[in-house]
Design a protein around this ligand. Structure first.
Ligand code: SF4
Length: 138
C-alpha cells in the first residue's frame, strides 16, 4: 500500500468557468483516436475534416490546435465556453488533478495561482484525486 500523500485529507476544487486553463500561453492538449472521434461527432464533422481543422501532430502524438494567442481553437471566444464540453479530452476532464500539479504542496500552490477554481470550493477526497491522476500522466 502506498504511503498517504501530502494531500491525504483531499484538495478543494470548484471550476469558476473562467476559461483560463483553455487560453493563454501555448501548450499541448493530448488527444487519442477515441477522443478525436467523440469531439468530431459533437461538432457534426467527419473525423478527417475535424483532424485537419483541430488536431496537429507532435512527434508521434496528437494535440489540439491553438489560435495564435495560445487559446484552444475549440473554445468559443465570445462565451469562453468549451464547444466540445461533453466530449472534452481526458486531459481537460482531469484538470487540475494531474500528477505534475499535485506532486508537491508547492506545485499545487502554483496550480492554484493559475486556476482560480483550485484550492476553492468543494473538497475532493483523496480517492477521487488519485483516480483522476491515474487517467492520464501529465
Ligand atoms: S482555470 Fe480553473 S476555474 Fe478557470 S475554467 Fe479552468 S479549471 Fe475552471
Amino acid at each position: 500500500m502506498d504511503p498517504l500523500p501530502w494531500y491525504k485529507d483531499g484538495l478543494k476544487f470548484t471550476c469558476s468557468q473562467c476559461g483560463d486553463c483553455c487560453t493563454g500561453a501555448p501548450g499541448f492538449v493530448w488527444v487519442n483516436a477515441a477522443e478525436i472521434a467523440e469531439m468530431a461527432a459533437i461538432v457534426g464533422m467527419e473525423v478527417p475534416a475535424f483532424e485537419a481543422r483541430y488536431v496537429r501532430t507532435v512527434g508521434i502524438r496528437k494535440s489540439l490546435t491553438e489560435r495564435p494567442n495560445g487559446d484552444c481553437e475549440l473554445l468559443d471566444p465570445k462565451t469562453r465556453g468549451c464547444t466540445v464540453y461533453q466530449a472534452r479530452p481526458r486531459q481537460c476532464r482531469t484538470w487540475p488533478f494531474w500528477e505534475s500539479n499535485i506532486r508537491t504542496p508547492q506545485a499545487w500552490k502554483e496550480t492554484c495561482e493559475m486556476c482560480p477554481g483550485s484550492g476553492q470550493g468543494q473538497l475532493v477526497p483523496l480517492e477521487d484525486i488519485r483516480k483522476q491522476a491515474e487517467v492520464i500522466k501529465i
